[in-house]
Design a protein around this ligand. Structure first.
Ligand code: GCV
Length: 696
């Protein structure tokens, strides 16, 4: 990890006294590059002493790129945390050694007879255990695979970073999802679709000759949270991404990511056989097209032996697809799936389709439900959390539970396209958790989205990355928390969002209890705050059409359907009947006004302005209340953050403070634009508080 070059400070010709005043704060300056992998010396003297006794030697036997990565990571981070060089050894020589590896890589681990325990943890799982060996207390970090051992090493480091007791460890971990993937919407020209953190980190023009050192830090960060795959390019894919030149470039990235257990995948343009293959068609049932995909897969696997597979956006938002040839999505997906199958690859076929007649929220179900069972066994359907499009709050997608024979891979959006870009502090883990814990009732009570997605023979979860070339990777220092939380939830969807936040805060900011509790409180309420000031009580898709940041209720009348009588989209049995796409327990609950929860009321019902909510307020009063509440939440976050002045480093403190100011303006704009717009229909009174009304 890059540090501030201290020699620059030494050369500065400041008067000594000024230097003495400035030096501490300059040395403490942080720019967010290190993410949650900060290895700052632990400032609690007693803890430092205890840890030094328990992590005073690193023993990683054997030689391989992954074992070297483990050795390097532990050495760098432990030495940083403990403030002195931690010895590397090839056998245990002292009390408090940390022994890492697999039974195959390490004779010392093999001798501990852990095979039965390791087998239960699967390939990526691991154990971290305090044992006594030859009268020495040793922390053993072991797995069946070297990647699992790397994950275990990061877990151990997390314990120190978050200042946990490491004297009697007995930890067993294994992931809930097999594939934990980042979808990059990065383009070959360096731009990032819906990216708010600079340009793409992939320097296509420089590759394969020049490999940016940042790729390694990207790999480290991902491995530390268990992410094991990266789809390098945008689903709006350029065919050229699959030409020989770009495969070589992707292979150079794969070489850097491989030691960290990360597989490279590519988004494929369905028309590639035509546009770069010279064929007259891309019809998936045409033998020449099928042969082209097979040859392309062979070419890729020749250079990237652990290539993960293809992600495809077909017949969606102008992308080509099998329907151009009157073929089904299954015909299309299977052609590509057959090409990668001999190599162990998969195809992830997206279900993001809309534009037909009727309710947009119902279309994907109508197109894909009849195809259940028609896909080959190495095909995933990648389905967004909700049926509209990554909105602030959505009902869960009706395809969850509707495809028992076809693995669904949930797709979440980490980048904040509709949730405040890199301006707004919004901890998205709460939204994802609400989604994963949603009860579909398809096989009785408790059939949650997570249990469905994890129940297929092949399973995984994908998140659209929020990473770019900005020094702090994500644009907003708090957006890093969403990257972190995505990885942690993909690893273990049972973790609470508070637990994840606490880990992240301790590692990223500080272990000071006041800092931890304040930031945790800010994060806890931040998603609901954003829902309130953007699209409360089930409003959806009223953001400005281009960049999806500002409010545009006028442009999207069809989504909120406000008129002089009331507001909301009727998806009940008297409306579009979207409720019929859910299990009866769910459909009936949302269909009936008496049981429909307030937070999705306008998603499912068009109600009169004076309709009484469960909150006992009319819909109009509730909208006014929610919009103002959201604004007040941001003001409160500003105050809470202000209280941390001097408790976190100045550089990041100031950056976040500035963003919160912008967030407040953003929230007020949403409130005032939307309420005034709706007022034009209902002519009911609303006066924004005089102190903070935006001009209208
Ligand atoms: C990559 C939304 C976004 C698009 C995105 C699309 C998708 O419509 O606005 O930028 O395209 O979703 O998920 O394919």
């Amino acid at each position: 990890m890059m540090k501030k070059p201290i020699h620059l400070l030494q050369k500065t010709a400041f008067p000594a006294v000024l230097l003495a005043i400035l030096l501490p704060s300059l040395l403490q300056a942080e720019d967010g590059y290190q993410l949650w992998l900060r290895d700052k010396k632990i400032d609690d003297a007693q803890l430092l002493q205890t840890y030094s006794g328990l992590a005073g030697e690193i023993v990683v036997q054997g030689d391989s790129p992954t074992l070297s990565a483990i050795r390097e990571e532990l050495h760098q981070d432990l030495s940083g945390l403990l403030g002195s060089d931690v010895a590397l050894a090839d056998k245990v020589t002292q009390n408090g050694a940390v022994l890492v590896g697999t039974p195959a890589s390490s004779p010392l681990i093999a001798a501990l007879n852990l095979q039965a325990d390791l087998n239960t943890q699967g390939d990526d799982g691991y154990i971290v255990r305090s044992v006594t060996s030859n009268n020495n207390t040793v922390t053993v970090i072991a797995s069946k695979t070297e990647t699992g051992a790397l994950y275990g090493a990061f877990h151990f480091l997390r314990l120190l970073q978050t200042q946990q007791d490491i004297s009697h460890l007995d930890i067993s971990e294994k992931p809930k999802f097999q594939r934990r993937l980042l979808n990059h919407w990065d383009n070959l020209n360096g731009s990032v679709e819906r990216g708010y953190a600079g340009k793409s980190i992939w320097q296509w023009d420089d590759l394969p000759g020049k490999v940016d050192p940042r790729y390694k830090d990207y790999a480290r960060a991902n491995a530390s949270i268990g992410i094991n795959g990266a789809i390098l390019n945008n689903v709006n894919a350029k065919p050229e991404q699959l030409d020989a030149e770009h495969i070589k470039k992707a292979a150079a990235i794969a070489d850097v990511l491989r030691p960290y257990g990360i597989h490279v995948y590519l988004s494929a343009n369905f028309a590639a056989p035509k546009s770069i293959g010279g064929l007259s068609t891309a019809d998936p049932l045409d033998p020449a097209v099928q042969a082209w995909w097979k040859a392309k897969a062979d070419e890729i696997y020749g250079l990237i032996p652990d290539f993960g597979g293809f992600l495809v956006k077909a017949n969606s938002e102008g992308q080509p697809g099998p329907r151009d040839y009157h073929r089904t999505h299954a015909d299309g997906a299977n052609a590509l799936a057959d090409a990668v199958a001999p190599h162990g690859g998969v195809v992830m076929w997206r279900c993001f389709v809309y534009g037909g007649a009727g309710d947009r929220a119902m279309q994907a179900y109508k197109e894909f439900k009849p195809l259940d069972g028609a896909f080959h066994s190495n095909v995933f359907l990648q389905v967004k959390n909700g049926p509209i499009d990554f909105q602030p709050r959505e009902m869960f997608h009706p395809l969850y539970g509707a495809l028992p024979k076809t693995p669904i891979m949930p797709e979440l959006e980490i980048t904040q396209e509709n949730t405040g870009h890199s301006t707004d502090l919004v901890y998205l883990a709460n939204m994802w958790k609400e989604f994963l814990d949603s009860d579909t009732y398809v096989s009785g009570q408790g059939t949650t989205v997570a249990s469905i997605a994890q129940g297929y023979p092949i399973n995984g979860m994908a998140g659209v990355a929020n990473i770019g070339t900005d020094r702090n990777w994500c644009g907003h220092d708090f957006a890093q928390a969403n990257w972190y939380a995505f990885g942690r939830l993909a690893w273990n969807s049972s973790l609470t969002t508070d637990q994840i936040a606490e880990e992240w805060i301790r590692m990223t900011w500080s272990n000071d209890p006041k800092v931890v509790s304040t930031i945790q409180d800010m994060m806890r309420g931040s998603w609901e705050a954003m829902v309130s000031y953007e699209m409360p009580i089930g409003l959806t898709h009223i953001m400005e059409g281009g960049d999806h940041y500002a409010p545009a209720p006028k442009q999207f009348q069809d989504y909120h359907r406000a008129d002089e009588h009331g507001i909301g989209y009727d998806r009940s049995s008297t409306g579009s009947n979207a409720v019929s796409e859910y299990a009866p327990e769910v459909g009936n609950k949302y269909n009936d006004l008496a049981t429909c929860p307030d937070n999705l009321l306008l998603w499912f019902h068009h109600v009169p302005w004076d309709y009484k909510m469960k909150s006992d307020r009319t819909v109009w009063e509730e909208l006014c209340f929610r919009y103002n509440d959201g604004v007040n939440d941001v003001k409160n976050m500003q105050k809470q953050w202000g209280d941390l002045r001097g408790k976190v480093d100045t550089e990041r403190f100031t950056a976040v403070q500035k963003k919160l100011d912008m967030q407040l303006a953003h929230a007020k704009n949403w409130r005032d634009t939307c309420l005034h717009f709706f007022q034009d229909f209902n002519h009911l009174s609303y006066a924004p508080p005089a102190d903070d009304a935006t001009k209208h």
